[in-house]
Design a protein around this ligand. Structure first.
Ligand code: B3K
Ligand code: ZN
Length: 875
């Protein structure tokens, strides 16, 4: 993400050197005291090269003593300079380095390293948090065996957890008020996978028998009172374990697997070896307390963290430039898991839509970076949708290019060859291609050219030009690919782009799906012998979203409606509809409704909504969903979020008004299935949500009342759908619904975060004052990133308030980011990205954002937030 050489402390891929020592084993002895924690850490160190200084890192550690092979080192033997501990002339033989340090977990608000959450102590080490626990190289290519002893008060901390197998647990001889636990992890691991949890936790216990017959104890630890909300996460874990065995042949490798739910957590979850730590919002859930979408997300994150046991832990990353090696691959694996368990077609649409609205936006802005970056200042800024989701798309493209069977042969070779290693993305691609080539068939593309995807930032555009000879039936397709310049990368080269496509018959009959591999700036494909007809056959393009690209093909409205009605590929069908919705919304946002197209859309919707129309409610709900705001903004000459918001409200109002009888008829037909337990009934609930939002926008009082009732009903999915439907409307039902929701859930922080987000995103004239009041609300916990994100993220998603013409929303956000940054740099620097599209706004708006960015830049900022702000100012 760093594009200028002038920025300080830049880490570069080109400078990578192996660490000159190995540390085969580490012993950590934690003594948890009243307020502080004392850690004695012994590293067994083996020099790998002659006379190198030993350099270790430590942050916010009070060093009490340091010994080498039992001998106390004095000031002449080592230098402690800021966060660097340097031993200039260590022995040339293996030795043991023992440090004793004091840590203050209660003063640690960064939520990295060892910190307190409620009454428990917990850790987060990825990427560079271990240095806040012990002096250590803290880089992912140093792999060690860890043995951990934890000692604490029995009453305050009855549960003591770390990685690996529990060797023993029991009272401390001589002090019955204290106890100890000893853990041993037999697998070599990098420091970022270390974890420790101590607290008064309740346990849900289950087990899983692996296919080779090993019985694994599964334990899920939560705060007292949260026990009733654990079974969904536990069931998800068992499904994940079974799937990885069936699909990848990968089995779990230890006798126990622990998961802990933590309220104060910077991201979703963490894959520490055999001790996964989760943000409690991704554990605690049932149908009454979580939406269908949240249940599916929990299932997929539980799977993601579990899958990391192989793609991330057994094979880890050599350095942080390789982050996508584990993250892209593990996202790809969790996407396939969800597709297998639910609907593959709908999952692909969800992922494509998410990529377009987050990753494409990142790729088009000042923080654009390749899947494999070559420099950074703060690695935490790189846990991005480009590394994760675009990284997953690269792997998916390899599968499309190679075919499932050859791709899986490559995956098998990868897991075999690199087990126990810290590997690179080049190792990964090489193993996939070698495994896939065992059959000696041609690859069909140039691997070196494919690898450009890892290094080139920006979203390519494919332009497709079609010529049709109506009398001979000859179809000529011309393709042109280009990738726009991105910061630091002005020139781009052509990429290998797999294009899955098909021709549909005149009445939408499905045609054969074909793969075309584009690898030139321009190329032409000629198809002869098609049936002559006045109109060319309809083109179904980038089926299954076969590449993470934009495309432009001149397709008229008739062709798009044909695809929208009949395309047999769910993604391509949905995408035809998205093109139509985009045109309608952009026209309204520019102040000129496209009445003809609106009429045709209404006609198509009448067909789909009729009882004999689209029979699958989930498919129908997906076809009716409007494109995301980010996607639409990118298509405007000057991005105008408030105008897009008004356009969407206006279009919903029109649809609700004109289609009211059909919408009510559908609602009635859906009603009997609404109470079915997830995953059943989710399509019905999803469609009900869309219909409510349209009818509510049209001022349908009966639907307002129905929505208000749903807030007190048994389904969180419907309660949240009801609130979303009412939110844009200034009516007393909205205020009552928000109040009911608050009254009902005020004791449950995970759910109340949803209320904070809804409140902050409600368009009101006094919106900003309301947001200020939320931040001062007695139930708002400024230390919980979920709560901060709910309020500030809610504000950013409230176009009329955040983008207010007087700039008050921007100034307020900047001031908040400065405050958050003082306690939690990771959360603040993420939040700062809300300004990333500012260069696409109209000049007056740009000037207002610029002031907010200057306000940020003038403040005392963390390296993380400074890096993001500087990029935004340059971009
Ligand atoms: N690997 C972690 C993310 C760590 C983020 C560190 N700032 C979760 C995951 O991707 O599975
Ligand atoms: Zn991950």
């Amino acid at each position: 993400m760093t594009h200028t050489a002038s920025l300080d402390s830049v880490v570069r891929l080109a400078d990578y050197k192996p660490y000159p020592f190995s540390i085969p084993s580490i012993s950590l002895d934690f003594r948890i005291e009243e307020r502080l924690v004392q850690l004695t850490s012994s590293l067994q160190v083996e020099p790998l090269a002659d006379s190198q200084p030993l350099i270790l890192r430590g942050v916010d550690l009070e060093l009490l003593s340091i010994q080498l092979d039992g001998k106390v080192l004095d000031g002449a033997d080592f230098v402690l300079d800021g966060s660097l501990l340097r031993i200039p002339a260590p022995p040339l033989q293996p030795f043991t380095l023992t440090t004793v340090c004091r840590i203050d977990p209660h003063a640690n608000t960064s939520l990295e390293g060892l910190y307190a959450s409620g009454g428990m102590l917990t850790t987060q080490c990825e990427a560079e948090g271990f240095r806040r626990i012990a002096f250590h190289p803290d880089r992912p290519d140093v792999l060690s065996r860890y043995r951990v002893r934890i000692e604490a008060d029995r009453q305050r901390f009855p549960v003591l957890l770390s990685n690996g197998n529990a060797l023993s647990q029991g009272p401390l001889s001589g002090d019955p008020s204290r106890h100890e636990a000893i853990w041993d992890d037999p697998y070599l691991k990098p420091s970022y996978l270390f974890a420790l949890v101590a607290g008064d936790l309740r346990e849900l216990r289950d087990h899983f028998v692996t296919r080779s017959g090993r019985e694994v104890a599964l334990r899920l630890h939560v705060e007292p009172g949260d026990e009733p909300y654990t079974s969904h996460a536990m069931d998800s874990l068992k499904r994940s374990m079974a799937w990885d065995e069936q699909v990848y042949g990968l089995e779990y490798d230890l006798d126990e697997f622990n998961t802990v739910a933590v309220r104060h957590f910077n991201m979703g979850a963490m894959e520490n070896k055999s001790l996964n730590i989760f943000n409690s919002k991704l554990v605690l859930a049932d149908a009454e307390t979580a939406t269908d979408g949240e249940l599916e997300r929990i299932e997929s994150v539980v799977a993601h963290e579990y899958f990391h046991n192989w793609s991330g832990n057994r094979i880890t990353c050599r350095d942080w430039f390789q982050l996508s090696l584990k993250e892209g691959l593990t996202v790809f694996r969790d996407q396939c898991f969800t597709a297998d368990l639910h609907s593959a077609g709908l999952k692909r649409i969800e992922d494509a839509s998410m990529l377009r609205n987050t990753q494409f936006r990142e790729d088009a802005g000042p923080t654009a970076h390749p899947v494999k970056p070559d420099a950074y200042q703060a690695i935490d800024n790189f846990y991005t949708t480009t590394i994760y989701e675009k990284g997953a798309e690269l792997i998916r493209m390899l599968r499309t290019l190679l075919g499932e069977e050859r791709f899986m042969a490559g995956m098998r070779l990868y897991f075999q060859r690199h087990d126990g290693e810290a590997a690179t993305t080049d190792d990964f691609v090489a193993a996939i291609l070698e495994g896939a080539s065992a059959d000696r068939d041609e690859l069909g593309f140039d691997p070196e050219q494919f690898k450009r995807w890892y290094h080139q930032a920006g979203t390519p555009t494919v332009q497709i030009h079609r010529a049709w000879n109506a009398s001979t039936g000859e179809l000529t397709l011309r393709f042109r690919q280009s990738t726009p310049p991105t910061p630091g990368q002005p020139e781009k080269q052509p990429l290998v782009i797999p294009l899955l496509w098909a021709l549909l018959g005149p009445n939408g009959e499905p045609g054969e799906e074909r793969l075309l591999v584009l690898d030139q700036d321009e190329e032409t494909l000629v198809l002869e012998g098609l049936s002559p007809s006045a109109r060319p056959p309809a083109l179904s393009l980038f089926r299954r979203f076969s590449a993470p690209v934009h495309w432009q093909a001149v397709q008229d409205v008739d062709e798009l409606f044909l695809l929208f009605a009949h395309d047999d590929d769910p993604f391509a069908r949905w995408d035809a509809g998205q093109q139509l919705w985009r045109t309608l919304l952009l026209a309204r946002a520019s102040g000129t409704r496209d009445s003809d197209l609106e009429q045709r859309m209404l006609e198509a919707l009448r067909g789909l909504l009729a009882i004999e129309g689209e029979s699958d409610p989930a498919v129908l709900a997906t076809l009716l969903a409007f494109p995301g705001g980010a996607e639409l903004e990118a298509l405007q000459k000057e991005a105008d979020p408030p105008a897009l918001f008004q356009a969407a409200c206006g279009l919903r109002e029109c649809l609700g008004r004109v289609l009211a009888p059909l919408l009510h008829q559908r609602l009635e037909a859906l009603a009997p299935q609404l109470s079915q337990a997830w995953p059943l009934g989710q399509g019905e609930r999803q469609l009900t949500a869309v219909i409510w939002s349209w009818l509510a926008a049209a001022g349908d009082g009966a639907v307002w009342a129905q929505a208000l009732a749903a807030v007190n009903g048994p389904s969180m999915t419907l309660a949240r759908a009801a609130l979303r439907a009412l939110l844009p409307i200034d009516c007393s039902e909205r205020e009552m619904a928000l109040q009911c929701f608050y009254d009902r859930w005020q004791e449950r922080p995970v759910i109340l975060d949803g209320w904070f987000a809804l409140e902050a995103s409600t368009p009101r004239t006094d919106g900003l004052a309301r947001v200020e009041a939320l931040l001062a609300h007695p139930r708002f916990d400024p230390m919980a990133p979920n709560a901060v994100r709910a309020v500030l993220g809610g504000l950013a998603g409230n176009p009329l308030v955040f983008h207010a013409a007087n700039g008050s929303g921007y100034r307020f956000m900047a001031a908040q980011i400065i405050q958050v940054d003082q306690r939690n740099a990771i959360t603040a620097s993420r939040m700062a990205k809300v300004f990333s599209r500012w260069r696409s706004y109209a000049p007056e708006r740009q000037a207002l954002v610029k002031q907010a960015l200057d306000q940020l830049a003038a403040a005392e900022l963390s390296t993380n937030t400074r890096e993001v702000v500087a990029l935004m100012q340059q971009g």
